[in-house]
Design a protein around this ligand. Structure first.
Ligand code: FES
Length: 103
């Protein structure tokens, strides 16, 4: 469903989605990287475990919460990918490390 246009000529960078290397255009969001990796569900709700995926792609719906570089609850549609970024799905309630500061 989501594919890069081969004629775009945009430089790509490598990120890891669920441990798998994915090449995405520079400037893409982490949510776009997950979609490009084939994930339609990015998170599961804390109470019921219902699958959720990015909906608005502009920071409104919060359906794209993911773990990025070890930090949970990040709005992946609002975070630009950078080389080596580690993106993981957020399953149910995230583990919170009180000693870690978000960036
Ligand atoms: S997809 Fe709606 S806030 Fe990210």
């Amino acid at each position: 469903m989501f594919r890069l246009r081969p004629e775009s000529g945009v430089a790509t960078i490598a990120v890891k989605v669920e441990g798998r290397v994915v090449h995405v255009p520079a400037g893409a969001s982490a949510a776009a990287a997950m979609l490009a990796a084939g994930f339609r569900s990015i998170r599961e709700t804390p109470l019921t475990g219902a699958a959720r995926g990015p909906y608005c792609m502009m920071g409104v719906c919060y359906e794209c919460l993911a773990e990025i570089d070890g930090a949970p609850n990040r709005q992946s549609c609002m975070i630009e990918v950078r080389p080596g970024m580690q993106i993981r799905r957020q399953i149910r309630a995230p583990r919170i490390d009180p000693t870690r500061q978000s960036s």
